[in-house]
Design a protein around this ligand. Structure first.
Ligand code: SAM
Length: 302
């Protein structure tokens, strides 16, 4: 690790966008080329996480609750070795990721082979013309991204619950990152998730997680099926060191600035406008919560 790190909590200020402008633009471009619609606050979450390290090459990074989200692919572009964990099964990972990145399954069942997937996909087309079209689409995934050259980083898919990372040895990971994922666990389940993430982290390693923030008490945001946590809950479930810094005292000011952030408001991903079951129901800009980052350093005794 190239800097001195301490535990702290930071509600993510919109100033992160300008402070990390180069990274933000690179994230937007990669999301576009991979066809990934970003969560409404993800540019804040991603730029906050990425601001903690000057370089990611050759580090082993565990992305906790990765789904098919952007961070793992961005890190692979930076030559990191990513272990991508999610309880959702990604064995049939789409070709546009397979063709651009070195992906493998941690266990055979974690990732179906591309040849099996192509055969399955092609044979299910009702007509010969349809089969040829599907084959061309599968094989053409690499060109479709418009990116080059192929990055040297690797993404290892592991379909597993974060409370039971039984195939990952103790102290084998340099950094744990997590984008808007841990909040899908109720407060009472969070300690076992955090304990398991800390088990696999090397001493001196960093846990960098973004979650939903709550001002006065923990609450559940039904449309996004996610919890929002108070400063006190975050300190407890992450066992942060005594006196860890926090900007929760500025909750209202930061929330006001977020609600007025034109860059986030004017670039909502298409999927928000199609459903009410998400963090910004029906694409109506009206943030109900804000995002908070937790940085925790693995010390000898914790
Ligand atoms: C809102 S999505 C975010 C996905 C991704 N981080 C991104 O940037 O797009 C939350 C993800 O966290 C995963 N998740 C939450 N809790 C988990 C747990 N205990 N074990 C495994 N995955 C979990 C969910 O399955 C879901 O895919």
């Amino acid at each position: 690790m190239d800097r001195e790190y301490h535990d702290y909590i930071e509600i993510l200020p919109v100033a992160l966008l300008d402070q990390n402008r180069k990274t933000v633009e690179a994230l937007k471009a990669l999301a576009d080329s991979l066809g990934i619609g970003l969560g409404w606050h993800y540019l804040l979450d991603l730029s906050w996480i990425l601001s903690h390290m000057d370089a990611w090459a050759n580090l082993t990074i565990l992305d906790a609750g990765a789904g098919t989200g952007l961070l793992q692919w961005y890190l692979a572009e930076q030559e990191a070795e990513v272990i991508s964990v999610d309880r959702v099964n990604r064995a049939e990972l789409p070709f546009r990721f397979r063709s651009r990145y070195r992906v493998r399954g941690l266990r055979p069942e974690d990732l179906a082979s591309s040849s099996r997937l192509i055969a399955q996909n092609v044979s299910s087309a009702p007509t010969a013309a349809g089969r040829i079209k599907r084959l061309a689409r599968s094989l053409g995934g690499a060109a479709a991204t418009g990116l080059s050259p192929k990055p040297t980083g690797q993404v290892t898919i592991y379909n597993q619950d974060l409370t039971a990372l039984v195939d990952i040895p103790d102290e084998s990971v340099d950094v744990v990152v997590s984008v808007s994922a841990l909040e899908h666990n109720p407060p009472e389940a969070m300690e076992s998730v955090v304990q398991e993430l800390m088990r696999v982290l090397k001493k001196g390693g960093l846990l960098l997680a973004t979650l939903g923030a709550a001002r006065d008490e923990d609450w559940y945001h039904v449309p996004s099926a996610g919890w929002c946590y108070t400063d006190a809950t975050l300190r407890r479930v992450f066992s942060l060191e005594a006196g860890a810094a926090s900007n929760y005292a500025e909750y209202d000011r930061l929330f006001g600035a977020l609600a007025g952030c034109a860059e986030l408001r004017d670039h909502l991903a298409d999927f928000y406008f199609k459903s009410g079951d998400n963090g910004m129901p029906w694409g109506k800009w009206d943030p109900a919560y804000q995002s908070v980052g937790v940085c925790k350093v693995k010390r000898n005794n914790r």
